[in-house]
Design a protein around this ligand. Sequence first.
Ligand code: FES
Ligand code: FES
Length: 199
Amino acid sequence: MSLWQRISDFLTTGYAVQARPPTAASAGTESDTTRSRKEDGMAHAVSMTVNGKECSGEVEARMLLVDFLRDRLGLTGTNIGCDTSQCGACTIMMDGESVKSCTTFAVQADGSEITTIEGLATNGNLHPLQQAFWDEHGLQCGFCTPGMIMAGVGILKDNANPSEEEIRHGLEGNICRCTGYQNIVKAIQSASISMKGAA
Ligand code: FES
Ligand code: FES
């Protein structure tokens, strides 16, 4: 795989190498574990719209939304970094708000509208934020990138013309271990300009 293909994968799906096929549960058949939990009365039915598609399943009350997205739906672009709401690698949009899916239960997302990094590009065209991360080299290793982009979506949804200070404040919950913040901020500034131009 070429370097540019790898960069494109970071921007559109996170770590492509993490991709795993949907489990039996996501394919509409129940695993033994799910079946036994259901028999124990521990399973909860959830349904939500994820990247424009209706998704449903049976989950334990304690199942995290990030695990539902990754393990049940195969949407592995949403990464798990800390599992304690500190790094932002798991950021998604839920009903129009950027949310850390490692500290949200799947049952809390029942009935909601979810967008993950895989749902941003349309018809093969990068979302303006994905394009800006590409253009401004807003990524190094790429692990934080899906969460950074989804946090950027939230920042620009609330404020189409954020100052540098407001962008940095908006990214406080997202950590880049490569310390690539300068170009990440530049990318969000660039996207705010291109999105205004397109509006
Ligand atoms: S994995 Fe959710 S904030 Fe770190
Ligand atoms: S680009 Fe490596 S953690 Fe941010």
